[in-house]
Design a protein around this ligand. Structure first.
Ligand code: CA
Ligand code: CA
Length: 347
């Protein structure tokens, strides 16, 4: 019996060895769990091709705040205050000497064929000048007046009774074009005023002809070396204010954007209102995009940039005058990127 028992034990052992060997030879390779447990910091660094998605995911939380939506830029917000020489943009017409004389002209000192076009947005309650017989009685948007009679010439654009008026004077010949379309409705409007040396003046609102007149002919630029008792206002193009702060004057209260001055009368018939900023082409004398977004420097985007201006803030500083409410939106409604919301509450 001991022999049989020994044989059984040997056979069992052999069988176990054979089974174990067979099992080990066919079993799948063990899962390489070590690969999963190695800390990533221990893995060799491999340069990865960067993909936009991975960049956005990894860097978004630490990106600096973006306060300047590149697609729309900024506009200028003016508040209609009658503060002395504040709450406006002033653009010198050239080099002004210590006596207030213009000793040389910059391109902005236009005098013959010309176009002034810009975008504006205003509310009726903020611009309450009634019907008028002179642009200088309105809420003044563009002021290239000289105090008193027009000398070579002067001109201005204002809001009276919610509509635009355009005045041109040469000497004592003072004429006014009165528009009929209400522009103080809280919406952006494209405004274009053309003036020919022959005297023809046309006003277009959103590309539609809103009026025309035969104004005085000849040059209406600011005369070089002209003496003045108003050196701080006469030799300037002023936006959004009555430049002399004449008592009782009214001031534009609203938004302006992309003001372009050209050396030709660009439009003689209705046109499709633009939906992009004006081009700085060969006929552009001066172009104010108001895309600086801060500070008081107003750059000229015309070729050469020879006619820069200055923002004169009202009390409270420059920031309140920069708005990213602009006419250049996607889909025709104001573009308000959610990511910018905390940063764009300036009005
Ligand atoms: Ca005048
Ligand atoms: Ca702009």
């Amino acid at each position: 019996m001991r022999q049989y028992r020994l044989i059984y034990l040997l056979a069992g052992w052999l069988c176990w060895v054979l089974i174990a060997c067979s099992a080990s030879s066919v079993s799948p390779a063990p899962t390489p769990t070590h690969a999963q447990t190695i800390p990533t910091s221990a893995l060799p660094t491999v340069a990865q091709p960067s993909s936009p998605a991975s960049i956005a995911t990894e860097t978004a939380p630490t990106q600096p705040a973006i306060a300047r939506p590149a697609t729309t830029g900024f506009s200028i917000r003016l508040f209609g205050s009658s503060t002395n020489d504040q709450d406006r943009i002033k653009i010198p017409l050239g080099t002004i000497d210590s006596a207030g004389r213009l000793t040389s002209s910059r391109p902005v000192n236009a005098g013959g064929d010309m176009t002034i076009e810009f975008w504006m947005k205003a509310n009726a309650a903020d611009n309450t000048a009634p019907d008028c017989d002179g642009w200088y009685y309105g809420n003044i948007v563009i002021d290239r007046d000289i105090f008193g009679e027009g000398d070579y010439g002067d001109y201005g654009i204002a809001i009276c009774d919610g509509k635009l008026v355009v005045g041109v004077s040469v000497g004592s010949d003072d004429r006014l074009l009165k528009g009929t379309m209400t522009v103080t409705d809280g919406a952006w409007h494209h405004i274009a005023v053309t003036r020919a040396s022959s005297g023809q003046v046309r006003l277009f609102v959103d590309g539609q002809l809103d009026g025309a007149m035969n104004g005085p002919d000849g040059r209406i630029d600011y005369r070089l070396n002209r003496t003045t008792s108003y050196p701080n206002s006469d030799p300037y193009l002023v936006l959004g204010a009555e430049k002399h702060d004449y008592p009782g004057s009214r001031y534009f209260n609203g938004w302006l954007d992309d003001v372009r001055l050209s050396r030709i009368a660009r439009y003689s018939a209705p046109f499709t209102r633009p939906d992009t900023p004006h081009q700085a082409d060969a006929d552009t004398l001066a172009l104010y995009r108001f895309d600086e977004g801060s500070g008081t420097t107003i750059g000229d985007s015309a070729t050469g940039g020879q006619s820069p201006g200055e923002l004169k803030p009202r009390p409270g500083g420059a920031d309140q005058h920069w708005s990213n409410d602009t006419p250049f939106t996607t889909g025709g409604s104001p573009l308000v990127p959610r990511a910018y919301l905390p940063l764009i509450m300036r009005s």
